[in-house]
Design a protein around this ligand. Structure first.
Ligand code: CA
Length: 188
């Protein structure tokens, strides 16, 4: 899940459209209040954050995000000064994209940030924290899937597919990567 925090409706909708047509799940927020509410519901895999928000500066929002999470944040901004980019990184941004940008550049930056964050988080830590998405909870320790508190019975293969997808949440998984990871590299 990728959150797009952008007050300009056209840009926000374009971001969501670009992400969804590429296979990502995306949600838009027009200001920091909407982001705050969304963060209480679900922690995304990445946040695209506009620097010029109507209520408070994107940097203040970034500081707030960093208090609760190390989720990758890519700053979107019309300013291109090098000094601005530096201060974005100092405050904990993972990357910085200057507007206007093309969708190819945007997607490349998103993929790089996601790769970095999974490399850093592939500790046992991640495995033992249940994966939550709305009413769905995948508990890696108990090896159970519950939806609204009800246990869903899965075959071992179904469970493995779900674990693989949950661990790669937000990324596009190819048919062959699923086969390789679930059935092993020698599957036919
Ligand atoms: Ca703006």
């Amino acid at each position: 899940m990728i959150y797009c925090v952008e007050d300009e409706k056209n840009i926000r909708e374009l971001l969501i459209y670009t992400l969804e047509t590429t296979g990502f799940s995306a949600r838009g927020m027009a200001n920091s209040k909407e982001l705050k509410d969304a963060l209480k519901e679900e922690l995304p895999d990445l946040i695209l954050l506009d620097l010029m928000l109507p209520d408070i500066s994107g940097y203040t929002v970034l500081k707030e995000i960093r208090k609760i999470s190390e989720v990758p944040v890519i700053i979107l901004s019309a300013r291109s000064a090098v000094a601005d980019q530096m201060s974005g990184f100092e405050k904990g941004a993972d990357d910085y994209i200057t507007k206007p940008f093309g969708s190819a550049e945007l997607l490349a930056r998103i993929r790089t940030s996601l790769r970095h964050s999974t490399r850093m988080n592939t500790s046992s830590d991640q495995l033992f924290h249940p994966y939550k998405c709305g009413e769905l909870i995948l508990d890696f320790e108990k090896r159970t899937l519950t939806i609204s508190g009800n246990i869903v019975h899965l075959t071992p293969i179904e469970y493995k597919i779900l674990v693989f997808l949950a661990q790669n949440c937000g990324k596009v998984m190819t048919y062959s990567s699923i086969i390789n990871n679930v059935w092993g590299p020698y599957a036919d």
